[in-house]
Design a protein around this ligand. Sequence first.
Ligand code: TZP
Ligand code: MG
Length: 213
Amino acid sequence: MHRKLDFKLYVITGENYHPGRGMLEVMEAALMGGADIVQLRDKDISKRELLEKAKRLRELTAKYKVPLIINDHPDVALAVDADGVHLGQEDLPIAVARKMMGPHRIVGISTHNLEQARAAENAGADYIGVGPVYPTGTKPGRQAVTTSYVSQAAAEIRIPWVAIGGITTDNAAEVLKAGARRLCAVSAIVGNVDPEGACRRLLEQITGWNERT
Ligand code: TZP
Ligand code: MG
């Protein structure tokens, strides 16, 4: 499947959709705007409901040939034939998730400092999240790591990594300047009146920066 990861703009489902918009409609707009990897993240629903959402998002992402990652739950990821799972520091260890997911699916993990990033790399993660770069209402109570962790990741981390947390078109340049080559966003996309345009603009910034360096 998708062990060779190649992406620029990672979009995660959220709760704060623009009024009147639903998850599938917004994620389809994000895919049309160029999101090239998608994560289903919903902490407030039952596993049964998550499974149903995951099935629908699997169909949609398959139509756009974009990898689908499920947050927290390897069993749900396997049940819907998702491409991978995303873990937090308090979730199943990478080795356990790898055993469940097999060698060909993606196992990613959130990291908040270089020590966690190195540990994830050594444990065989396929990619890591680096953040939250800025304070964000999507992950309240989690201290921002600032662009200094982004610069450290750029200098040291050899597996694919993606900057996340409070990223918008207004501050993307700063994150890219610090060394990020992939960005991830929730509210800047799903809360936007125009998720497709928001993706296009972020992607243009990423591509523009990657071409310069
Ligand atoms: N992990 C680190 S920050 C974050 C997650 C899931 C939330 C990112 O959401 P937003 O709305 O793009 O700040
Ligand atoms: Mg988690």
